[in-house]
Each structure stands twice: as structure tokens, then as C-alpha cells.
Design a protein around this ligand. Structure first.
Ligand code: AMP
Length: 286
């Protein structure tokens, strides 16, 4: 177990990557906000399968939080995170201070388009602009060959792919599968804030998603699929922001499902003061 190198500003992160790339070694970046769990570590494994060296960034990005209390209560356990990175053979951790990311006078934002206007974008004003801006900054600072993102945040992954393509960033964006607890709850740093009762109720999300997939398998359309999910999620949640069948590429709600196209069912709901999101791909009928 060796301690990862800690890099605290864009110049040192970039230098580290360029040194490896100068000897034809590939670098993969896994951007995170810390409070690392097995979902993040699965992304590190994916990163390692695509590159010779892995850098994990840890930065709780203030500009993607639309509620101050969510930002304030976001778990910060940096010593644990660094120990986990060391155990998992991460080569470097990019750990910028807020002033290194947003020095005084900072005045630029990336504004992603239509994909970002829906669902998470609608319920969390400014969220995807904050995400896209910080991800572009992390990609520029760490200059990786590959960056790995989780399908757990499917709309985020889709927005990032679009932004990276549109801005000609030339970084391969690779997706990692959603990692779940043994009872089906998708791993999330925010799960730490669930009390035991809310955590138990939150299992309805996974059950609802499975019911949605079963409904799609039985040949039903979006209305019935959403109802099947809601029948399980609505009674358990304090509030359900959305349950929707969407085209996985555009995130438009799909009134019908065309054979051969990709669709997902997406959910955002509140349990005991904690907002959780999850999704599942729906079977393709052709
Ligand atoms: P976060 O630290 O929550 O901002 O997440 C950092 C990265 O980890 C993002 O690409 C997330 O999609 C991904 N991630 C979070 N939870 C999971 C999970 N349960 N399985 C796979 N990836 C995840």
C-alpha cells in the first residue's frame, strides 16, 4: 500500500499527468466529491483498466449545489478518503482548495443545453452549469486521456459526454455501472445522512425500478412503466420529484418506445430529509 501523491493546484496536477504521458503512459481521472464508497472504487477499477495511472479528484464543488444546507451538510471525511485511495492503489489525488478552483475574479460558467434543462436541471437550478464548469476545469487541470463517471448519475454522465464532445476536449468519457448495497440501495455519499427508518423506506426506489423493468419486459409503454414504479415509490417517499421514462440520449420523456432505441427510467425522491436519485436502463425490445 503506497500513499497517493497529493496535488493541490491545477499546475501541479497537469505537470504530474504530462510527465506520465511523456513516457507514453496513459492517465485516467475519476472525479468525485469525496466520502468515498464502493461505487467510487468501482470507477477506480474501470479507470485502471483504461490507463497506467489513476488520479482521483476530491472537491465538494459549491457551484453545483442549489441549496446551501445540502452543501453544508455534504459529508467531508478527507482522512478516510485518502486512506481508502491508498488501500486501493490510487496513484494521485487532486485535492484543490476552493481558492485554487475559484480564485477571486473567477467569472466563467459553462452552460450546457437542452439535456441539462430537464429533470435534475429543472429541480436543481444551476446544477448542471456548476457540474459542467467544474468538470471542464478538472479535465483541463488533470489533462487525462480518459475520465470515468458513474451511470448512477445518468443525466450528469449524458450532459458531460455532450459537453466534452461539443467543446472538442478530446478526452474519452467512460461509464461505470451503478454499484448497489446488497439490498439494492444505490451507493451514494448522501446515504450516510439517512437514518435507519428512512434508509429502509428508500429501498422502495430499487423495488420501483425493478417493477418498471418488469413492466417494460411485459411489453407495456411509458405510462404503465412509470405507474408501476410509482406504486412502490410514492407511498414510501416523503416527496417524489419525478419518475420518468426517458430517451437515454436526450433525456426527453418518451410517450412511446421505439424498438431498438435506448430508454431509462429515472427517479428523484426524498426520504427523511435526504434527496436520492437512481435510474435503470429499460430492456430494448429489438
Ligand atoms: P460524487 O462523489 O457523488 O459526485 O460521485 C462521483 C462519481 O461517482 C460520479 O461519476 C458518480 O456518478 C459516481 N458514483 C456515485 N455513486 C455511484 C454508484 N453507486 N455506483 C457507481 N458510480 C457512482
Amino acid at each position: 500500500m503506497s500513499t497517493p501523491l497529493i496535488l493541490r493546484d491545477p499546475a501541479s496536477a497537469r505537470r504530474w499527468t504530462l510527465e506520465h504521458q511523456a513516457s507514453a503512459r496513459r492517465v485516467a481521472l475519476v472525479p468525485t466529491m469525496g466520502a468515498l464508497h464502493r461505487g467510487h472504487l468501482a470507477l477506480v477499477d474501470v479507470a485502471r483498466s483504461h490507463a497506467d495511472h489513476v488520479i482521483v479528484s476530491i472537491f465538494v464543488n459549491p457551484t453545483q449545489f442549489n441549496r446551501a444546507e445540502d452543501f453544508d451538510s455534504y459529508p467531508r471525511v478527507i482522512d478516510d478518503d485518502l486512506a481508502i485511495c491508498a488501500e486501493h492503489g490510487v496513484d494521485a489525488v487532486y485535492l484543490p482548495a476552493a481558492e485554487a478552483m475559484y480564485p477571486s475574479g473567477f467569472d466563467t460558467r459553462i452552460e450546457p443545453g437542452s439535456i441539462a434543462s430537464r429533470w435534475e436541471g429543472e429541480h436543481r437550478a444551476g446544477h448542471f452549469s456548476g457540474v459542467a464548469t467544474v468538470v471542464i476545469k478538472l479535465l483541463n487541470a488533470c489533462a487525462p486521456d480518459v475520465a470515468v463517471f458513474g451511470a448512477k448519475d445518468l443525466q450528469q454522465l449524458t450532459v458531460i459526454r455532450r459537453t466534452v464532445t461539443d467543446l472538442d476536449l478530446g478526452v474519452d468519457i467512460v461509464a461505470g455501472d451503478t454499484i448497489r448495497e446488497s439490498d439494492g440501495l444505490a451507493m451514494s455519499s448522501r446515504n450516510r445522512r439517512l437514518d435507519s427508518v428512512a434508509r429502509q423506506r428508500a429501498l422502495a426506489i430499487h423495488r420501483g425500478l425493478l417493477a418498471a423493468v418488469a413492466c417494460a419486459n411485459a411489453g407495456h409503454g411509458p405510462d404503465a412503466i412509470e405507474r408501476a414504479a410509482r406504486d412502490l415509490i410514492d407511498p414510501a417517499a416523503d416527496d417524489v420529484e419525478y419518475v420518468a421514462v426517458v430517451d437515454s440520449a436526450t433525456f426527453e420523456r418518451s410517450p412511446t418506445m421505439i424498438d431498438g432505441c435506448g430508454y431509462s427510467v429515472i427517479v428523484a425522491a426524498w426520504f427523511g430529509g435526504v434527496r436520492l436519485i437512481d435510474n435503470m436502463a429499460l430492456p430494448r425490445s429489438a
